[in-house]
Ligand binder design. Structure first.
Ligand code: NAD
Length: 354
């Protein structure tokens, strides 16, 4: 999604190409950070999405990232049937930031979010920890995912949602949703990937893991009885499911011809480098579970907490709905001989009334 933004140049080019509501932009003078709160769509509810913090090569890259991610949130909420709109915030820091500088930035960011009076609600994303969000929440009521005053980490819910989505995809593609005896390659074993790998191993899958951090991957492989895969061999590894849980754009014109899997389903955002990569996957006979649907568990858990569901076990159970949505999308796509992203898009347009 947001592929038209990839070609847009400059801030003006991005603003002209974007179909979102608008961008709240602020320069945080004490830290030299640029803050972009991208509000994409509020048709189903207030713009809601995570806050990302990172160093970007250029300012325009930060704004583009925020805009694309905000659009992704519109798709995610509409796709899984939650009454919320699409939004995302980016804190483009000039250099890695810790201590008082980080706390000060997060407090001022919280004040900015508060000034929007609920038009934007947020949680954690890349580069932002659960404790960071607690700091933001010192200054605003509009941080999601609190229970009894304590900030909840969304990752276990995201992992459980991806697990449910992978089982659903196995059911549609291979006729049985049981992971037992299937081989799943998990790229990136951080918060989400490690949780996913454990769930798969418990269910009897053969789990292969890869991470930039070799030691992290090796430790997890030992724990779950899996194997590690070197980065250079990643895309040539035979498996039933490739689960990208690290970075975006791993599905591209170079990696897709090498893939030896039947299904792609993982937590990473923006997995397709280009829109045409969806067709490239289909042409290779690989079924792709759209990222913004299969990774919706964390977002969904926050929405359910807002509806008053607080029991951890019940929240985890409710992540099964991610699998149900993946199953419906893939079934519709295979029945109509179309790309899963097209089936997902139709579902979203129905929800948005477009
Ligand atoms: P994380 O930072 O905890 O883990 C990411 C892991 O990927 C780390 O172990 C890191 O070393 C590894 N990694 C980074 N680049 C890599 C590469 N090129 N090859 C192999 N490994 C690499 O992040 P996370 O919270 O687990 O999120 C993982 C992905 O899922 C991200 O793309 C995130 O945007 C997406 N996501 C996360 C959530 C959530 O609830 N945490 C929700 C939706 C989407």
């Amino acid at each position: 999604m947001g592929y038209n933004l990839v070609m847009a140049t400059g801030i003006e080019g991005l603003m002209a190409a974007w179909d979102g509501l608008g961008v709240v932009c602020r320069h945080d003078r004490p830290t030299g950070t640029w803050i972009f709160i991208c509000l994409h769509n509020d048709k189903l509810g207030p713009a809601t999405g995570g806050t990302r913090m990172r160093v970007y090569p250029e300012l325009v890259d930060a704004m583009r990232d925020g805009m694309r991610l905000a659009e992704g949130m519109t798709f995610k909420w509409a796709g899984i049937g939650v009454p919320a709109g699409g939004g995302k915030a980016v804190l483009a820091i000039p250099e890695p930031m810790e201590g008082d500088a980080r706390t000060g930035l997060l407090h001022r960011y919280g004040e900015l979010v508060e000034s929007l009076k609920g038009a934007f609600r947020t949680g954690e994303d890349l580069g932002i920890t659960t404790s960071d969000m607690q700091t933001v929440a010192d200054r605003t009521r509009f941080v999601q995912g609190f229970q009894n005053g304590k900030k909840i980490n969304p990752s276990p819910f995201t992992a459980r949602g991806v697990y449910s989505g992978i089982r659903a995809a196995l059911g549609v593609v291979l006729g049985s949703d049981s992971p037992a005896g299937r081989t799943v390659l998990v790229q990136g074993v951080g918060n989400v990937g490690a949780g996913l790998a454990r769930l798969l191993a418990e269910a009897g899958a053969k789990v292969l893991v890869n991470d930039l951090d070799d030691e992290r991957a090796a430790e997890l492989a030992r724990e779950i009885g899996g194997d590690t895969i070197d980065g250079g061999e990643l895309f040539d590894t035979e498996c039933d499911v490739y689960a990208p849980c690290a970075i975006g754009a791993t599905l591209n014109s170079e990696s897709i011809p090498r893939l030896k899997c039947k299904i792609v389903g993982g937590s990473a955002n923006n997995q397709l480098a280009e829109e045409s990569d969806g067709a490239r996957l289909r042409d290779r006979g690989i079924v792709y579970a759209p990222d913004y649907i299969i990774n919706a568990g964390g977002a969904l858990s926050f929405a359910l907490m807002e509806q008053g569901i607080s029991d951890h076990g019940e929240l985890l159970e409710r992540m099964e709905s991610v699998g149900e949505t993946v199953s419906e999308i893939l079934t519709e796509a295979l029945r109509d001989d179309e790309l899963p992203v097209a089936a997902a898009r139709r579902r979203i347009e129905r929800a948005l009334g477009g």
